[in-house]
Ligand binder design. Structure first.
Ligand code: NDP
Length: 258
């Protein structure tokens, strides 16, 4: 049975932490992305909800509207097919709606097969890299002009334990997360000289979601932290309290204990 989680760090987000900020969350329809989007809205942000399944995005939209009275922008898109043209369309669409963008949470990812590199199918390899890495690079590149217009902006890439230490059978998922760590560091280094944009990576750690159940089918989900348990770090990195941090790798597990 899961014990209750207590905050290890004394971070208490101000209720207006994200007021007047516009934040894009990818994979906002389910799992951690869904809870992050709702939480950001509760702390005052305008949300742009990007994800694969329209029905799930509508449900997040409605929950945010009910709780905060705010209307979010919905962008249904399959990141497996996202390309340079999609990035231009996304940029044009958002430039027409917003004067600036204050944050992006790159959260959408797929697991792919859990199999040895020796047998890993190339099509799956490419699909996992495209969803987990290439689409994040394309979205970020397209939206940097809008992020530069914000007083301070935050880009958060979602990593994983297997993106920091390699583990057998995690194949392209693991490698795509290693590359995400690299993207975080390179981009942070490039942006620190001439922008107010910070770039960090966040490893939520084991969390009670559909992806975790797919990766560990025999595990009892009730023993795991929920997406809500991770929200202190998700808030900290998205809000101005983290403005001095860039190019860093964060672990949500450091932020609470059982
Ligand atoms: P879920 O599988 O529960 O949710 C993933 C979200 O991403 C869903 O909303 C899904 O949309 C969306 N998504 C997946 N593929 C695409 C696509 N091709 N185009 C657009 N959207 C897509 O995952 P989690 O919430 O568990 O994971 C969130 C992040 O946290 C991921 O980056 C994951 O790697 C990371 N992470 C998770 C851990 C865990 O234990 N859960 C541990 C470590 C890291 P839809 O529902 O419509 O398919």
């Amino acid at each position: 049975m899961r014990k209750s989680l207590k905050p290890r760090k004394a971070y208490q987000a101000d209720p207006t932490l994200l007021a007047n900020r516009t934040i894009l969350v990818t994979g906002a329809g389910d799992g951690i992305g869904r809870i992050a989007a709702i939480t950001y809205a509760q702390y005052g942000a305008d949300l742009i909800l990007l994800g694969r399944t329209r029905r799930k995005l509508d449900s997040v939209h409605d929950e945010i509207a009910e709780e905060t009275g705010q209307s979010s922008l919905i962008i249904p898109v399959d990141l497996a097919n996202f390309d340079a043209k999609s990035a231009v369309e996304l940029k044009r669409g958002l430039e027409g709606e917003y004067s600036c963008l204050d944050g992006i949470l790159h959260n959408a990812s797929i697991l792919g097969p859990k199999t040895k590199i020796e047998q890993y199918p190339f099509d799956d390899w490419m699909r996992v890299f495209h969803v987990n890495l290439h689409s994040s690079y394309l979205i970020t590149q397209a939206l940097l002009p809008l992020l530069r217009k914000a007083p301070d902006a935050s880009i958060v890439f979602t990593s994983s334990g297997v993106g920091r230490v390699g583990r057998a059978y995690w194949g392209a998922y693991s490698l795509s997360k290693f590359a995400t760590e690299g993207l975080t560091q390179v981009l942070a280094d490039e942006l620190k000289e001439d922008s107010n944009i910070r770039v960090n990576s966040l490893n939520p750690g084991a969390t009670r979601t559909a992806m975790r159940a797919e990766a560990f089918p025999s595990e009892d989900p009730q023993t795991l932290p929920t997406p809500k348990d991770h929200m202190p770090l998700y808030l900290y990195l998205m809000g101005p309290d983290s403005s001095k941090h860039t190019g860093m790798s964060f672990n949500s597990n450091d932020w609470y204990h059982e």
